[in-house]
Design a protein around this ligand. Structure first.
Ligand code: K80
Length: 448
C-alpha cells in the first residue's frame, strides 16, 4: 500500500452511534426541488430528453431564460409540514433535500451569493422549513449540496491556467463558506450528500477536500459524509489509491443496486433511486416505465438484505405539490411498512444463501431471520438454507405469530416452508425463529 497524505483516514465502517442510526434507517426519501422544477423538462412545448434538473444544459435552453426563471419561483402553497407528514406516513427514516443543485440556485438565504430564494418572489428560507418540519416528525435530515455550480463565475471544470487556479481558489472558499453557513443555520442536519464532484478541478483538489471534510466534522461532530465528496492526492474518488473507501458510506449506487454482498466490499452504502427511469427534478412527462409500489418495496428489501439503505426520490412541482403517482406510492409503501417494517428497520445482511422467493434480513443480536417474500413458486414451497450452525425452530407469518407454518426438513440442512401458491397481491414477511446448532444427518443420529 502507498503512504497517502489525503487518502482514507479509516478502514472499515464507522462504529459510532450516529452511524449506527444511519445504518438502521432502511428507507429514505430524496427530494429534488428548485428552479428546474418550473420547467418540468419542457420549454415552448418541446421536451428535454435528459434529466429535468439538467435542463439548463439543454442546447434549446438559453442560459438567460433559465437564469432569470427564479423570478417566477413562488410556491405560495408550499407546506413543509404536509411534505413531512407524507414522508412519515411512507415510513421513511431520513430525507435528503437539495439545498443547491448544479444550477447554483440556493434554497436558503446564503450570504455568499445573490442567487438565492431570498431574492425570489417567495423570499422565505425553504431549507429551514424543511429541516424544521421533518425534524419535528422525527425524520432525520441530510442536505444535498452540489459542488459544481454553473452560476458561479469562479467554477472551473479543469485547472489549466493560472487564472483558472486563482478563480478556483475563490470558488473553494465560497464552497467552504456555504457549507459552514448550512451547518450553522441548520444544526439539526445529520449529514451532507455531495454531488457534482467528478470534474478535474475537484479531482486536482484532493488535499483541499480532505482538509474541508475534517473541518466540517470538527464544526459538526458526528456529521455523516458519503464517498462522493473526497479525492485523494492522486485524484482518485470514492476509493483512494489503496482501494480504501474515502467517506462514511459508499455513495456510488445511484439508480443501481448491488447484486451480491461482495459488491459492497464491507462498506456502509445507500442506493438513491428515481421512480421513473431517470430524472430527479419534476418532469411534466415521465418517459418510459415508472416503478410500481411493489417494485419499490422489492428494491427496499434488496438493499436492506445487502446491508444498505434505499432512498426514493420525489420531484415536487414548482408550487410544492407532488405528482399523483408519487402520492400513491408514498401511501401504498407506507401501508406496507406499517405492517412489515420489523423486517426493514435496523436490519442487516444475514449471510444466508439467497433464494428465488425474495430476501432475508435480520436484526443484530436477535434470534430471528425475516423472509421478505416476493415470488412464491407454483409449488408453494419456499426453500430455505440457514447459515451454518444455525437451526430454524419455527416459522410463522409476521402477521400471524401464533400460527406456525409447516417446515419440511430436506437434506443438506435445507427445508421447505409450504405456503399457499396463489392469491398474493403484495410481498409478505415470514419470521424464522433460529437457534445455534447444526443439522444432524441421519447417519450421525443413528450413531448417537
Ligand atoms: C451524469 C449525472 C450527473 C449528476 C447527476 C445528479 N445526481 C443525482 C442525485 C441528481 O441530483 C442528478 O442530477 C446524475 C447523473
Amino acid at each position: 500500500t502507498k503512504v497517502l497524505q489525503h487518502g482514507a483516514h479509516r478502514v472499515g465502517k464507522r462504529t459510532d452511534a450516529e452511524m449506527a442510526t444511519w445504518r438502521g434507517y432502511g428507507l429514505g426519501q430524496f427530494i429534488h426541488w428548485g428552479v428546474y422544477s418550473l420547467f418540468g423538462g419542457e420549454l415552448n412545448g418541446n421536451y428535454y430528453n435528459g434529466a429535468a434538473e439538467w435542463i439548463r444544459s439543454w442546447k434549446d435552453m438559453p442560459h438567460g431564460v433559465y437564469d432569470s426563471a427564479y423570478k417566477q419561483f413562488n410556491p405560495a402553497s408550499f407546506n413543509a409540514t404536509q411534505w413531512a407528514k407524507m414522508a412519515k406516513q411512507m415510513g421513511v427514516r431520513y430525507v435528503t433535500f437539495t439545498t443547491k443543485h448544479h444550477d447554483g440556485f440556493c434554497l436558503w438565504p446564503s450570504k455568499y451569493t445573490d442567487y438565492t430564494i431570498a431574492n425570489s418572489p417567495y423570499k422565505k428560507d425553504i431549507v429551514k422549513q424543511v429541516v424544521d418540519a421533518y425534524s419535528k416528525e422525527g425524520i432525520d435530515v441530510y442536505l444535498y449540496f452540489s459542488v459544481m455550480d454553473w452560476h458561479n463565475p469562479d467554477w472551473r471544470y479543469d485547472l489549466k491556467t493560472k487564472e483558472d487556479s486563482a478563480a478556483f481558489e475563490r470558488f473553494k472558499l465560497f464552497t467552504k463558506n456555504q457549507l459552514t453557513e448550512l451547518l450553522q443555520q441548520y444544526p439539526q442536519t445529520k449529514g451532507l450528500w455531495f454531488d457534482g464532484t467528478w470534474d478535474n478541478s475537484w479531482k486536482k483538489s484532493g488535499a483541499f477536500t480532505d482538509t474541508l471534510e475534517q473541518y466540517l466534522k470538527t464544526l459538526h461532530p458526528g456529521l455523516i459524509i458519503g464517498s462522493r465528496f473526497r479525492a485523494d492526492e492522486f485524484g482518485n474518488r470514492h476509493v483512494d489509491a489503496n482501494g480504501v473507501l474515502m467517506g462514511d458510506y459508499e455513495q456510488g449506487w445511484e439508480r443501481k443496486i448491488p447484486k451480491t454482498y461482495a459488491d459492497v466490499h464491507g462498506n456502509d452504502w445507500d442506493c438513491v433511486m428515481t421512480i421513473p427511469e431517470n430524472g430527479w427534478g419534476y418532469q411534466k412527462k415521465w418517459l418510459g416505465h415508472w416503478k410500481s409500489t411493489n417494485e419499490i418495496l422489492e428494491m427496499t428489501a434488496q438493499c436492506v438484505s445487502l446491508g444498505g439503505n434505499f432512498v426514493l426520490n420525489f420531484g415536487p412541482r414548482a408550487d410544492g405539490t407532488f405528482r399523483p403517482e408519487e402520492v400513491t406510492i408514498a401511501k401504498e409503501a407506507g401501508d406496507w411498512m406499517k405492517i412489515n417494517s420489523a423486517a426493514i428497520y435496523n436490519c442487516e445482511y444475514t449471510g444466508w444463501e439467497k433464494q428465488d422467493w425474495g430476501y432475508y434480513t435480520k436484526k443484530t443480536g436477535e434470534n430471528k431471520v425475516y423472509m421478505i417474500v416476493f415470488n412464491v413458486p407454483v409449488s408453494g414451497s419456499l426453500k430455505i438454507k440457514p447459515a451454518k450452525n444455525t437451526l430454524v425452530d419455527k416459522a410463522y407469518l409476521l402477521t400471524a405469530p401464533g400460527k406456525n407454518l409447516s417446515l419440511e426438513k430436506l437434506d443438506y440442512g435445507a427445508s421447505f416452508i409450504h405456503v399457499s401458491s396463489t392469491g398474493y397481491k403484495q410481498p409478505f414477511v415470514i419470521v424464522l425463529e433460529t437457534k445455534e446448532g447444526s443439522e444432524k444427518s441421519d447417519e450421525q443420529k443413528a450413531k448417537t
